[in-house]
Ligand binder design. Structure first.
Ligand code: ACM
Length: 385
């Protein structure tokens, strides 16, 4: 039972990370998935590659409004920061006594633009001056994949080593999502690497990266989790799959023998709208109503029918923060959906009208006492609306 938080697109103070952990404890979640690196920033302190903090942790500007708006507008302000080792240790200890395991995510081999800005040798075009991304939705639009070189593999071992020194969790999330193939296809050196290593296509190269890091983590007595795309190639099933797609991907991964955590975009992405009101606060897309979160079957019918229900070992909601510049906006997007998720994951029998009654009576006053904002239109915006 987990909640995720992206602190790359926007970063939040240590005090809010602790408050978020308190929310998890209150709701009887046990895992906080902390998304720490991406194209727009690098958010944990690293000693072995100091430019990850002096360069990768900062971007020169941030997109204003939705990324599909034309023309694109930017705020022109330097933005960023990172959590120091001391802060992370403090947060890990804070979580630990509250029954929360923190699983950190260092997302590779895509979503790596911020690291490339500091160390262009990591990219397929090492002579290019890369910037830390200032826009959202990089997939295929901008080069952000790591080049398979000695420099890169040394780098990865060093940064994952430091990450495991900060986080005692058995599982480490290695990303693996949205890995654009085109930059690898275009690069002669990458193609040569693939030939030498008998990798028949770019999917096999993607798998090579995942295997490399998963095996390295094994030597440190850790296990890897990756987004469902990592199961596209020929990967052994000791790596845990986090499925952000739908039941089709869950069935595919379960049939291959993987254990799966369900984080389907519909309805467990809390960065999606929770109303269809055009005046609602900006979100990325979609409509994930409170009712949809409450009623979603975490073991989808197709998985149940295939007799693979035991491969689903948990579920989680994801909170990507492109359109959440402040902690009050995060609160607005997670509440009351997080409360519905908790009950979904804990209760065999579900009664949505009764949930709404208890929400009104007990939870809304709590959100208010926590000084936390929340979405108020949950009775109007039903699943079918
Ligand atoms: C993801 O939403 N790219 C995991």
């Amino acid at each position: 039972r987990g909640m995720h938080l992206d602190v790359v697109r926007h970063i939040f103070p240590v005090s809010y990370i602790k408050k978020y952990i308190d929310y998890l404890t209150f709701h009887k979640f046990n895992t906080f998935h902390w998304h720490l690196t991406d194209d727009q920033g690098w958010r944990f302190e690293v000693s072995s590659y100091p430019k990850l903090n002096s360069v990768s942790s900062w971007r020169d500007s941030t997109l204003i409004g939705h990324f599909k708006d034309t023309p694109a507008r930017y705020d022109g302000k330097r933005y960023g920061g990172f959590y120091t080792k001391a802060e992370i240790k403090e947060i890990v200890a804070y979580a630990s006594v509250r029954g929360i395991t923190i699983i950190p995510e260092l997302d590779i081999p895509g979503h790596s633009r911020a690291a490339m800005a500091a160390y262009p040798q990591l990219s397929t075009k090492p002579d290019t001056v890369w910037n830390v991304a200032t826009t959202w939705g990089m997939y295929n639009r901008q080069n952000n994949v790591l080049a398979p070189t000695d420099f890169t593999f040394q780098f990865l071992k060093a940064v994952f080593k430091e990450l495991t020194e900060l986080f005692p969790s058995t599982y480490i999330h290695i990303g693996g999502d949205e890995c654009s193939r085109m930059w690898w296809k275009q690069d002669k050196k990458t193609q040569l690497f693939m030939q030498k290593n008998n990798l028949k296509d770019e999917t096999a190269l993607q798998t090579y990266f995942i295997k490399y890091i998963a095996s390295y983590l094994k030597t440190l007595n850790r296990k890897a989790i990756g987004w469902h795309e990592i199961a596209e190639g020929d990967l052994d099933t000791s790596t845990l799959i986090m499925n952000w797609a739908d039941e089709k991907q869950a069935v595919t991964a379960a049939k291959k023998g993987f254990n799966i955590i369900m984080t389907p975009g519909v309805p467990f992405y809390f960065d999606h709208f929770q109303s269809k009101d055009p005046n609602d606060s900006l979100a990325i897309k979609g409509y994930n109503s409170l009712e949809a979160v409450y009623t979603y079957r975490v073991i989808p019918d197709a998985v149940q029918k295939a007799n693979l229900g035991n491969k689903i070992i948990g579920a989680q909601a994801n909170v990507w923060t492109e359109y959440m510049g402040y902690s009050t906006k995060v609160d607005y997007m997670i509440f009351p959906r997080m409360t519905a998720l908790s009950e979904n994951l804990w209760s065999k029998t579900k009664d949505y009208p009764d949930f709404l009654r208890r929400l009104d009576q007990f939870m809304i006053p709590r959100y208010q006492s926590w000084n936390s904002s929340y979405f108020k239109g949950y009775r109007i915006w039903t699943k079918e609306k």
